[in-house]
Design a protein around this ligand. Structure first.
Ligand code: SF4
Ligand code: SF4
Length: 304
């Protein structure tokens, strides 16, 4: 039996707002959309490949509300857990918000993930986030708010808004790729941690599959996370590639810190990196990647 499989599904990269920190977009990114019939057929085939969770993401999925509802329905019919990641633009007032949430729920959505940050909220009112969350609470739809932060004092009042309203939220570190690439990095206040990564794969509207749904899509020097394209490879073949790749498994289980130490990066240097930047140092450098591929067997023995 195949292991459980989850994927971030990029139906379209189009977004109605332009957040300064967006990891999915930089100014070179084109807006692309998957053909709807193709999307339908892929979601149905994923069920046969033991995919148990699909997160509709990329740009703003709910710009294509009717299509996404139909795709959620296919997930439900095939017992696939479905999630939509949204910026909440549609929750302008409680009535509109209730209507949208009830349609999503009726079609079988399992969870709504609402994005929130000081960058998102330059374009979408905080009240929208509150409306969306309260609609989920009223209609018993599982939700959470993904609070993207650089952990600076500037974000305290954004966190306070969530606390004041008793909303369910999880802080998530800003990723300094895409539009955030040029941001100033505040100092990191953390210790020497393993830096493991769950590595959810991502399917793009062009049907390219990546082993990472965040910064790893930007590793264009080596293309380390690009696994193939559904035009030429089957869903099973691409998932198997991900599951069998020894270096991906090291990232998941051993963690980037041990891998960095193995190739000779000093401990005092390792703690200066954020997780995705350390990942880039290791896997978006042709020299480091070649070294790691050559030493994979020795690296497997690099355990305590
Ligand atoms: S972060 Fe999300 S909401 Fe903001 S521009 Fe990017 S895709 Fe759109
Ligand atoms: S640590 Fe690597 S695999 Fe994980 S999200 Fe960052 S770039 Fe992707």
């Amino acid at each position: 039996m195949n292991p459980d499989r989850q994927i971030a599904f990029g139906y379209s990269t189009t977004c109605n707002i332009k957040c300064d920190h967006c990891v999915a977009h930089d100014d070179a990114t084109q807006n692309v959309k998957m053909d709807f019939q193709t999307a339908e057929s892929i979601v149905a085939k994923m069920a046969g490949s033991n995919v148990t969770g699909i997160s509709f993401t990329a740009g703003e999925p709910l710009l294509f509300f009717n299509d996404i509802c139909k795709l959620i329905r296919i997930c439900k019919d095939n017992r696939i857990y479905s999630r939509v990641v949204t910026n909440g633009f549609w929750a302008k007032n409680p009535e509109h918000s209730d209507h949208t949430v009830s349609e999503l729920k009726l079609n079988g959505l399992s969870q709504l993930r609402i994005s929130y940050s000081r960058w998102h909220q330059e374009n979408v009112s905080q009240e929208n986030i509150l409306n969306a969350a309260l609609s989920c609470q009223r209609q018993d739809l599982n939700y959470f708010i993904s609070f993207i932060t650089d952990f600076s004092k500037e974000d305290d009042r954004f966190e306070q808004f969530l606390r004041k309203n008793n909303l369910k939220f999880f802080p998530e570190p800003l990723i300094y790729f895409g539009r955030a690439e040029t941001f100033t990095r505040p100092d990191i206040c953390s210790d020497y941690q393993p830096n493991t990564c769950a590595m959810n794969p991502y399917l793009s509207p062009e049907l390219d599959m990546f082993a990472c749904c965040d910064a790893g899509m930007h590793f264009t020097n080596t293309g380390f996370f690009h696994m193939g394209n559904l035009e030429t490879d089957s869903i099973d073949a691409l998932f198997e590639k991900k599951e069998k790749n020894v270096l991906y498994n090291f990232i998941r289980n051993m963690g980037l810190t041990a891998i960095a130490s193995f190739i000779g990066i000093k401990a005092s240097k390792i703690v200066e990196y954020r997780k995705c930047e350390l990942c880039e140092k290791l896997f978006n450098s042709p020299e480091n990647l070649a070294l790691l591929e050559k030493s994979a067997e020795s690296l497997a023995l690099w355990t305590r």
